[in-house]
Design a protein around this ligand. Structure first.
Ligand code: SF4
Ligand code: SF4
Length: 82
């Protein structure tokens, strides 16, 4: 159950989550950051650090942001190179 970054990150992108992630699985895109679902170890450390509550475990992503689950995978895989 990886964590997922959703819409509120857009335009904020302060990278607090990147600072605390122990496995460096959060990648910076143009507008927001993305979590690589195969690299995330589900530690939950990033979630309380986000000033705009953009981070959710995938099973708790609000309905209107469900598309971000796949978007995190696609963009993080691209940005990580694999
Ligand atoms: S849950 Fe942990 S491993 Fe996953 S992105 Fe957040 S800080 Fe990184
Ligand atoms: S802490 Fe929240 S707003 Fe900041 S980069 Fe991470 S997801 Fe985006």
């Amino acid at each position: 159950m990886p964590y997922v970054v959703t819409e509120p990150c857009i335009g904020v992108k302060d990278k607090s989550c990147i600072t605390v992630c122990p496995v460096d699985c959060i990648y910076e895109g143009d507008d927001m950051v993305y979590i690589h679902p195969d690299e995330c170890i589900d530690c939950g450390l990033c979630e309380p650090e986000c000033p705009v509550s953009a981070i959710f475990v995938d099973t708790d992503v609000p309905e209107q942001w469900h598309s971000y689950i796949e978007k995190n995978r696609i963009e993080a895989v691209k940005l990580s190179g694999g």
